[in-house]
Structures are given as C-alpha cells and as structure tokens.
Design a protein around this ligand. Structure first.
Ligand SMILES: C[S@@+](CC[C@H](N)C(=O)[O-])C[C@H]1O[C@@H](n2cnc3c(N)ncnc32)[C@H](O)[C@@H]1O
Length: 276
C-alpha cells in the first residue's frame, strides 16, 4: 500500500470508530480538510500514526472533546460579509414584514456573532418583536460562548466597521456593554433567541422557517452530505422562504436548485418556489 492509501484507510477507520462510539458522523466531511486536521493532532500528540489515535479517541472522552473542537472551524464575525446583511435589510425584510410571526434558523451558528447581528438588524427594522430565532451548532463549547454573548474588545473595531457597511442605522456601541477587555451583548437582544445543539448530519430539521442561514458550513461537507443538508434546509422552509448560504457556497449543480429562485447572486440568497 502507498503511504497515501494507508493514511486514507487509517482515517476511514478512525471515523468509523468515532461514529461507532459517539454517534458523530464525519464520514462525509470533505476529506482533505479532515486529514489535515487529524494529522496536525497526531503530530501534537507525538503519535507515530493516525491508527495510534484510535484507542485514545475510543477510551478517552475528554480527548474526544478536543478532537470535536479540532473538527469544528468556528471562525465567524458580527455582520460577516456585510453586503449579505445589507441585502437582507434592503430586500428580505420587506417580505418578512408581511408575516404575522417570523421564524429564523441559523444552522451552524458557531459562537453566535451571526445570530446577534441578525437580532440587531431585526430590532432596527422593528421586526424583532414578532420573530423567534433558533440558533444551532453541534459544538457545545461554541454554543456556551454564544449564549454568553461576550466577545473580546479587540474585535469590536472590525465588528463596528462591518455593522456600518451592513447599513447599520444606529451606533454599534448601543448593542453591547464594554467591560474590561470584553464586550457583552445587550441582554434584550437575547430574548428572542433559542440556542440549541443540533447536528446537521443526523438530526431532523425545524418546521415553518421563513429564513434559514447556513453560511460557511457546507464547505466542510462532501457532495453527498451537502445534498442531504440542502434537502433538510429546503424542507424546513415555508413556500417563498429565504435560504442564505453566503459568499462561499452555492446551489448551482445541486439537486435542490430547481426548488429555488435566485434572490441575490453575490450573497447566495435564494427563495423557495411555490410548489403545488
Ligand atoms: C465557520 S463556522 C460558520 C459560522 C457562521 N455561520 C458564519 O458564517 O460566520 C462553521 C460552523 O459549522 C459548525 N458545524 C460543522 N459541522 C456541523 C454539523 N454537522 N452540524 C452542525 N453544525 C456544524 C461548526 O461547529 C462551526 O461552528
């Protein structure tokens, strides 16, 4: 066996072991990224091979927790890709306004910045009161950070720039309380948000969503898993509901493309067609 083939076989065994022991299924994650992260962890542990990590993963739940963190890329920001939020403000909100009640799902919300950005936007558009936001991720560590809503003060300059570029109507400082080296999101913004653990690989979707955001998540999945998740997101939406994938992902060449119209090309905002 060539070295590459051996490593590929070892990764498969490791992922099978994880699925068997913990029910987390990484078998359809994009392989190159997975391998890079696994090899990095093997190196840090000073192990001879990927196989050497299998018993450790199987018998040491604390170590599995570290592995889970490795697998979860949590890079995010308030008003990330501001043009997407600007478009939601300019043209999605006017549609949402027509409903008596609005349901929004952030799938893969990481540490919550995207969710609080949405809450701020909705408050400025006077829509927060009739909205329920569900924010989910499979990483409990990220969810704990998200629930607290406390972020390093060093990030505030960038967040403020993003907020302005996203068409923010007030002062970003109105939405957080500065404390020592951190900024705490205003409690009133949290009232309409439910944070919960949800695994896109195996859990079922929500119902009757008017807007679903799943940005910078699908890039970690292979085609098969992307297709499963996109179907889940599609079925979660009401007719004429909006799906926001963000800059990096697209519905092009996927099995669900025909179920949507393109609402905003650059930000990959789609609208579900009415089907009879
Ligand atoms: C790069 S972050 C994206 C955060 C935010 N949506 C944004 O665009 O800024 C990707 C998130 O997807 C989550 N994720 C990866 N696989 C997942 C799965 N199977 N189920 C739920 N969340 C998952 C990760 O834990 C991580 O928090």
């Amino acid at each position: 066996m060539k070295k590459n083939e051996t490593q590929n076989f070892e990764v498969t065994q490791l992922l099978d072991a994880i699925f068997f022991c913990y029910g987390y299924d990484f078998r359809n994650y994009a392989r190159a990224t997975l391998e890079r992260k696994i090899k990095h962890r093997v190196q840090l542990l000073g192990l001879g091979s990927i196989s050497d990590m299998i018993p450790k993963i199987m018998h040491d739940t604390d170590f599995f927790d570290i592995f889970l963190k490795d697998m979860s890329i949590t890079v995010t920001a308030m008003f990330r890709d501001p043009h997407v939020f600007d478009t939601i403000r300019q043209s999605v909100c006017e549609q949402l306004r027509k409903y008596p009640r609005i349901n929004i799902w952030h799938a893969g919300c990481a540490t919550g910045e995207e969710v609080y950005s949405m809450a701020i936007l909705l408050e400025e558009e006077e829509l927060l009161g009739k909205t329920q936001i569900y924010a989910t991720d499979f990483n409990n560590h990220s969810l704990e950070v998200a629930k607290k809503g406390i972020y390093p003060a060093a990030q505030i300059t960038q967040f403020t720039k993003n907020y302005i570029a996203a068409g923010g109507k007030a002062s970003f400082a109105d939405y957080y309380q500065a404390k020592y080296n951190s900024a705490k999101i205003r409690e009133s913004l949290k009232k309409k948000i439910t944070f919960a653990n949800h695994n896109l690989v195996k859990d079922s979707g929500f119902a009757e969503m008017h807007l679903v955001l799943c940005r910078n998540v699908l890039i970690y999945f292979d085609k098969k898993l992307q297709s499963r998740v996109l179907n889940l997101l599609k079925n979660t939406l009401i007719h004429r509901g909006f799906l926001v994938l963000g800059d990096k992902e697209t519905l092009d060449f996927t099995g669900v493309i025909d179920a949507f119209t393109e609402h905003y090309k650059k930000g990959r905002i789609y609208r579900k067609k009415i089907t009879v």
